[in-house]
Design a protein around this ligand. Structure first.
Ligand SMILES: [Zn+2]
Length: 99
């Protein structure tokens, strides 16, 4: 963060600027929100949600859209299983038309 008075870079959460001594009124919230927003999960998707994405591809696509920032690995899984679901639906319909 930067000093309100002189603009020098000071340690995050400082109450007083070490350079000019000016009191810092800025609330230390932005740093917390930034680090919270940058939290990224590399965990894979749960089996239940994969099956759900497979049966209802639209759910997989929605989950992918929602999770792709914070959980890119899980989001890819949802999208993948959603696409499998679409492919399976097309194949089943195709077979139904033939037989
Ligand atoms: Zn200062």
């Amino acid at each position: 963060m930067k000093c309100n008075n002189c603009g020098v870079e000071i340690p995050y959460g400082s109450r007083i600027c070490p350079t000019c001594g000016a009191p810092q009124t800025q609330q230390p919230t932005t740093g917390y929100e930034q680090s919270y927003g940058q939290h990224v999960s590399m965990k894979d998707a749960g089996t239940g949600l994969k099956v759900l994405s497979f049966l209802f591809p639209i759910i997989g696509i929605i989950l992918w859209a929602v999770k792709r920032t914070n959980a890119p690995v899980a989001a890819k899984s949802y999208l993948k299983w959603g696409l499998y679901g679409i492919a399976a639906t097309i194949i089943v319909n195709f077979l139904y038309l033939i037989f």
